[in-house]
Design a protein around this ligand. Structure first.
Ligand SMILES: [Zn+2]
Length: 184
C-alpha cells in the first residue's frame, strides 16, 4: 500500500522520531516497512524515513544496491534493507561529496559533504540485530535518512537564503494550483 509522502514545509518533518518499543516488533511492523518500501519505489526514490510518511518512529527503508543492469539503470529491490532503531557505531573523518535530493523536497538538489565510511547497527522488524559497513553513495543515502529521524531535512542544511527561496517557490506553486482549481 502506497502511503502519501509529506512535503516541506510540513512541521512533522521537523520532529524527532521516537524509538520503536519492544512490543511493536513483529508482522505489523514488517507490513509498515514494506508499505514504506513500496512508496519509496513508486516515488521513485532510494530511501524513505518514517517522518516522511507521518510515522514518527525510527524507521528507515533504503535500497543500498549499486548494481546496474545492462542499460545502466540501478537494479531495484536487490538490496532493500528495512531498518528499525538504527544507530551509527562509527563515522569516518574522511568525507565524500554527493549531490542529494529528497522525496519531501521536490525539485531541489544540493551538494553536501558527509563522512565517507559509516558503520550502522539496526534491528529488523522482528527484533534481530544487524550491522552494516557502508561507503560512499549507499552510506550517504543512509546518513540522509538518519537526518530525517532527527527532524532534519536538506533545507536545514543549506543557507537561509536558499531555504527561503525554495519555500517561496513552493508557496507560489500551491497558490497557482488553488487558483486553477478555483477557475474550474
Ligand atoms: Zn529525504
Amino acid at each position: 500500500m502506497i502511503i502519501p509522502i509529506l512535503f516541506e514545509p510540513n512541521p512533522l518533518l521537523h520532529q524527532k522520531a521516537r524509538p520503536v518499543r519492544e512490543d511493536e516488533f513483529g508482522a505489523d511492523l514488517e507490513r509498515r516497512l514494506r508499505d514504506m518500501a513500496e512508496t519509496m519505489y513508486a516515488a521513485p526514490g532510494v530511501g524513505l524515513a518514517g517522518p516522511q510518511v507521518g510515522d514518527l518512529r525510527r524507521l528507515i527503508v533504503v535500497d543500498l544496491t549499486e548494481d546496474r543492469d545492462d542499460e545502466g539503470r540501478r537494479k531495484k529491490g536487490e538490496a532493500l534493507t528495512l531498518m528499525v532503531n538504527p544507530i551509527f557505531l562509527s563515522k569516518s573523518k574522511e568525507v565524500f561529496k554527493w549531490e542529494e535530493g529528497c522525496l519531501s523536497v521536490p525539485e531541489f538538489w544540493e551538494y553536501f559533504e558527509r563522512p565517507k565510511y559509516v558503520k550502522v547497527q539496526y534491528r529488523d522488524p522482528y527484533g534481530g540485530t544487524h550491522e552494516l559497513d557502508l561507503a560512499d553513495y549507499p552510506g550517504v543515502i543512509l546518513q540522509h535518512e538518519m537526518d530525517h529521524l532527527e527532524g532534519i531535512t536538506l533545507l536545514d542544511r543549506v543557507s537561509r537564503l536558499k531555504k527561503t527561496r525554495y519555500l517561496k517557490k513552493v508557496k507560489k506553486f500551491k497558490q497557482r494550483l488553488e487558483e486553477e482549481e478555483a477557475a474550474w
